[in-house]
Design a protein around this ligand. Sequence first.
Ligand code: ASP
Length: 416
Amino acid sequence: MNKIKLHWQILISMGLGVIIGFIFQITCHGNPEGIVYTFVTSLGVIFVRLLKMVIIPLIFSSIVTGVSGIGGGKSLGRMGIKTFLYYLTTSLFAIIIGLTLTNMIQPGNGVNLGMQESFDHSKLQTPGSPADILIRMIPLNPFNAAASGDMLGIIFFAIFLGIGITRIDSKHSEVLRNFFNSLFEVMMNITQIVIKLAPLGVLGLITKAVATSGFGLFAAVGKYMLTIAGGLSIHFFIVLPLLFFFFTGINPRKHFSAMSSALATAFATSSSNATLPVTMRSVEKNAGVSNKVTSFVLPMGATINMDGTALYECAGVLFISQVLGIDLSISSQFTVVITALLASIGAAGIPSAGLVMIFIVTQAVGFQDADVAIIVGTMLAVDRPLDMMRTMVNIFSDSIGASIIAHSEGETLYKG
Ligand code: ASP
């Protein structure tokens, strides 16, 4: 039998999901239910749960193996500097695209959202200060961090454990290295099994996303959505591939195809964290990047390096200011750029995290929560498709970062 390639299977299920979701949307007026709906959407829930199940042991074993394999402090420091430079530069590029497009298109001008009142404000939580992010990285109890899924806490402890392993007697370090390496191999293997279920999972997730979205609002804020989608596309199709080509000399199409399952998973789940196992597997097995680099760049990148979210924060706040009829000065726009960067660093890799973080940026430029909440409420109602796109951009940027850094460390990519 001629087997259809996985990425085609996923694309077909996306199409099916849109059709089925649309039927539920029309027939159930945004309140879908029934046995068929429950069955199909449960496939999505199961898929996401399976992905989440592997995240903690996968990133933990991967980081410990990677960092203990990098060796001494010097190479770790070098990799660290390159990684953070990459995170910072690409996020800033993305923000500048968002800033330019929103200033040019002015999607918020003339938009009146005062009427769409039926929004539950308690859905929105205001996040803590960006300065907390660094301090909160240090877990009080690493086991607790693992149990509660605190990604930055786990990453912080795993890096330290990896460093510790390089500093002890080889009699002890060998045992630990072998253990974590074996655990990592097993987790990658389990991830492979979960990836095979992606078409079913994607079908369930897309069905639900389409069936429950508020299409009516899309028209009111269509220009806003197109502006963000346009900005994300420029970053995704032009900026990141050019960077990839410039630094590695490899045709970016190869990378798009290597990352297809991960991109589809990001699109369907709207979560960089849930996609992380697929991203790691695709970057290692398809692009040929070593575990040393992937384990360092990808888990941290899933939380810290969010180009799509950064672009969104900036464009979103400018949109809010336009709806409010406030002209932001150059210095306020500069504040937006910096806080958008911080907000994207602080946003967790979960659905809609970027939207919640927008309060950091609005507060920084002095908008009152009350003015802003109603607009953010509307933005929330139409957030899902934008979230899907920015999550794709987020994980794509991580994967390109891993490839560029691996290339700069002398690795040969795409050997196979
Ligand atoms: N959902 C995005 C992610 O997981 C974060 C965001 O909401 O922007 O990458």
